[in-house]
Design a protein around this ligand. Structure first.
Ligand SMILES: [Zn+2]
Length: 278
């Protein structure tokens, strides 16, 4: 695994902490934002909505089908009202390819990239170079491990986390194939009930972000809470994939809690437990 050789001073650490604490303003009117998302005609207009309402530091929807970009924003809108602090960890939202290119530019010392994700107070040029190069390496490893699907989350400690999507169109064959696999996996119980859409894959990835933010499955308390369910109970009452690890269990539970019209017991219990940890 690529390792980041970079140390933050106390001052930089404090700035990063403040950055992580940023929250979405839930006084915004959800219906109004939802209407703007529906009416946006171009990728640029959708990016502007993400910027105006501070969904994330940077949204780049170039190369992403507008239908998909709209779905992403709807999901984010839904999540941010329930987990406003997630905004502090949503740094980059866009395609795999553009994210990697963005990090590569940072690795060349392009300070415009640093400003675009609001890191100018923390990174000087040499740090930007180190971080960008590390990011490119990390992406390569993730792609090699075949972590790419319809969506992925790349954790970068809140400096430049990526919520990423494939650069496919909503009618693209690869996209439709991936969707049919997801539908089949839902039917056979490999994925949770109601998790049969592009959106549910995004909710799963966001589930990993929420888990990381609350330090849930990694903590003793979280692990003990999850251990109350046997493997069989999880396989039957949530999904078979959820038995892979505590992390996947949490992501699957959050995906069901958001995607299903009537989430089942395990998904509801894990979701509520995590919300109470906030
Ligand atoms: Zn996962």
């Amino acid at each position: 695994m690529a390792k980041l050789e970079m140390e933050l001073t106390d001052e930089q650490g404090a700035l990063l902490e403040a950055r992580l604490q940023r929250a979405f303003d839930t006084r915004n009117e959800a219906a109004l934002i939802a209407r703007k998302i529906e009416n946006a005609a171009t990728a640029e207009e959708l990016e502007n909505i993400a910027r105006e309402y501070r969904f994330c530091d940077k949204a780049d929807f170039s190369g992403i089908d507008r239908t998909i970009a709209r779905k992403v924003l709807r999901v984010l809108l839904n999540v941010l009202y329930r987990f406003p602090k997630l905004a502090g960890r949503l740094n980059y939202v866009g395609s795999y390819r553009n994210y990697e290119m963005f990090l590569a530019r940072m690795g060349e010392g392009d300070m415009e990239c640093v400003r675009e994700v609001g890191l100018q107070e923390i990174f000087d040029e040499s740090m930007a170079r180190t971080f960008g190069k590390f990011g490119v390496e990390l992406c390569k490893e993730l792609w090699e491990d075949d972590m790419m699907s319809l969506s992925a989350y790349v954790s970068m400690g809140g400096l430049c986390n990526g919520l990423l999507f494939d650069s496919v169109g909503g009618q693209d064959l690869a996209y439709l194939n991936a969707l049919s696999v997801i539908r089949k996996n839902e039917q056979i119980g490999f994925h949770p009930k109601g998790c049969n859409s592009f959106e549910s894959v995004v909710y799963h990835e966001i589930g990993h972000m929420i888990d990381e933010m609350c330090f849930f499955s990694f903590s003793e308390e979280g692990a003990a809470f999850l251990a109350q369910y046997s493997s069989e109970e999880i396989a039957q009452g949530l999904s078979r994939y959820a038995t892979a690890s505590p992390r996947e269990c949490v992501a699957e539970a959050i995906a069901e809690a958001f995607s299903s019209p009537s989430p089942r017991k395990i998904a509801t219990e894990i979701y509520e437990k995590i919300q109470n940890c906030m």
